[in-house]
Design a protein. Structure first.
Length: 589
């Protein structure tokens, strides 16, 4: 092994460890890897930034804008609303919800498709009396399956297409993924409809302080005014009056927090009680005790406009993720109050304003009706409750779909390159008012774009130094003892195993060249192996952190880390068992 190869491998391994550690955001890790490659000499200065002009970056950014415009049109939600209201059985509900998310994920970004359908799922859960946990994880997994159907369904497909063009001179086209993707989606959706019993049915999460779906545990604070009937009484007396509808997890008196609250603790005027429980229980406690809910802003003056309360989940890319309410200045900057936080399996030990928010947390927010939708959008939150207000515009209902259909048709017919078609579609979306320039900027996941631009030269360094050739030779030694289907299975399982620890795009940037070299060493065509990498990278069903769709449903569904493997492990096995024969059928070795 040469020195450049050692350096290239060392940088890749260090990058993977940093991804797993999670201390730094993945775009920062990618930039650090690019800098290290420059210093090590494995990437030449004149090639360091060519990744940012690569077609992959243009396609991904443009597809995100187009996807956001389609999501905001509301036409898909309208088409499904009539049908959803008439579904009675759990399986029929799952079929429509999971099937819809899967189909939509083929034409819009899978996280966007899931976000569109989550409010409908939560309303359905409330109406039918089923816990949201039975709906949300199957929908998240369906969004991952649907992303495999088209070139633009998920970022790994675009990257794999580029690697194929480098290897063979011909990229994968728009619907080249469809035979395998549709087959896996049909099998996967059928499994998810039948296997929902593997999910925990005792988890409650959702939205609204008396509406929509109950959330299992909200953490909030309430102060005791001098006029409260609780003054002079004990905590045990208070809990007895409300039949233990809530738990009191702490008490703040004179600025000092008491972590242990005994039943005989006497309540004094000015105390702040830390409450934990379901929305109805909190409402009952606040009403009976004549308490004042604490907002994240001490004065919490609001305008005289009509106020509304809404529940929203913190997404992975939310600007307030990792910040407390005080650090985010929710009231000062955005004019909204944080009333309560729900986090699956979490017992609040911090003050409400000091609690660091995480992806998957469900927030109860209060603000003026006329500005609350824009504030939720600006904060990168996903609303969970059905409200009269609506996030996004329903103007230009059909226009985004027409533009998207035109772009997909032109690329499918080979008349226009993918980058040109989707860049043109994104510009048309803005020019026609289907999406504003500001919203288009918000829709682009800049950390992903930066990561792609930085990692393209880093991953190519693995090729130019002969690193992929070395790994391909080693794998071919293992693969030589296996039949063709076994070698293909090895690549798919490897990609599937790496994805939970890396971003799926990063997985493909590293794995696709290795898979192509592996196939070449075995004297086989690379198409099947590249397709196996795409499938393996798309199917992260084992953890809540490997893909944004999985993270998004964790809080609202009340899931724990281990819940994902209960449904995801058998689905992963099914994808391998069905996916390998499907790939061999349509992309023979």
């Amino acid at each position: 092994m040469t020195t450049p190869q050692l350096l290239s491998f060392g940088i890749i391994i260090a990058m993977m460890l940093l991804f797993i550690w999670g201390k730094w955001r993945y775009d920062v890790v990618a930039m650090a890897a690019l800098l290290a490659s420059l210093l090590a000499g494995t990437v030449k200065p004149e090639e360091a930034f060519k990744g940012f002009s690569d077609d992959i970056v243009i396609i991904v950014a443009s597809a995100l804008v187009v996807s956001a415009a389609v999501s905001r049109s509301g036409v898909i939600e309208k088409a499904l609303r009539w049908l959803i209201r008439r579904l009675k059985t759990l399986r029929s509900q799952l079929f429509v919800l999971v099937g819809s998310v899967t189909l939509m994920s083929a034409i819009v970004k899978n996280i966007g498709a899931l976000a569109m359908m989550m409010p409908a799922a939560l309303r359905m859960a409330k109406r039918s009396g089923n816990p949201p946990s039975l709906y949300l994880m199957p929908m998240a997994f369906g969004s991952l399956l649907g992303g495999m159907i088209t070139l633009v369904g998920t970022s790994p497909n675009i990257i794999v297409s580029r690697v194929r063009e480098q290897m063979t001179g011909e990229p994968f086209r728009m619907f080249d993924y469809a035979p395998v993707g549709i087959g896996l989606s049909l099998v996967g959706v059928t499994f998810l409809m039948l296997a929902y019993r593997l999910l925990p049915a005792d988890r409650q999460a959702g939205a609204s302080l008396g509406e929509a779906v109950k959330i299992s545990d909200y953490n909030t604070e309430a102060t005791v005014p001098e006029t409260s009937p609780l003054v002079g009484g004990t905590i045990g007396d208070f809990l007895g009056k409300i039949d233990g509808a809530i738990a009191i997890t702490g008490l703040v008196r004179g600025g000092a927090r008491r972590g242990v609250t005994l039943p005989d603790t006497v309540i004094q005027a000015g105390d702040t009680l830390l409450l934990r429980g379901e929305p109805n229980g909190i409402e009952r406690a606040v009403d009976q005790g004549k308490l004042h809910l604490v907002r994240d802003h001490s004065k919490s003056e609001q305008s005289h406009s009509e106020q509304s309360v809404i529940e929203a989940v913190v997404t992975q890319n939310s600007p307030i993720s990792g910040q407390s309410a005080q650090q985010a200045h929710l009231f000062e900057r955005h004019g909204v109050n944080l009333i309560a936080v729900s986090r699956a399996g979490h017992r609040m030990t911090e003050r409400l304003g000091q609690m660091r928010l995480r992806p998957g947390d469900v927030l109860l927010l209060q603000g003026p009706v006329d500005v609350l939708p824009d504030r939720i959008l600006a904060l990168g939150l996903l609303p969970l409750a059905e409200r009269d207000i609506r996030i996004g515009s329903v103007r230009k209902d059909l226009l985004p779909l027409v533009i998207l259909a035109g772009a997909m048709s032109l690329t499918a017919l080979g008349m226009v390159p993918v980058a040109t078609a989707f860049f043109s579609a994104a510009v048309l979306m803005i020019l026609t008012g289907a999406i504003s320039a500001e919203d288009a900027h918000e829709a682009i996941e800049w950390p992903i774009i930066v990561m792609l631009g930085a990692l393209i030269p880093v991953s190519e360094a693995l090729q130019t130094t002969g690193g992929t050739e070395l790994i391909g030779t080693w794998l071919s030694g293992v693969g030589a003892t296996l039949p063709g289907w076994g070698a293909l299975c090895l690549i798919m399982v490897t990609a599937m195993a790496v994805t939970p620890f890396l971003n799926n795009a990063a997985t493909v940037l590293v794995m696709a060249p290795i898979a192509a070299t592996f196939a070449e060493r075995l004297g086989l065509r690379p198409d099947a192996f590249l397709m196996a990498v795409a499938v393996g990278a798309a199917c992260d069903f084992l953890t809540p952190i490997g893909h944004q769709s999985n993270t998004l449903v964790m809080g609202p569904g009340g899931y724990r880390f281990g819940d994902y493997a209960r449904l995801g492990a058998p689905l992963s096995v099914l994808v391998v068992v069905v996916g390998v024969p499907l790939i061999l059928t349509f992309w023979p070795l």
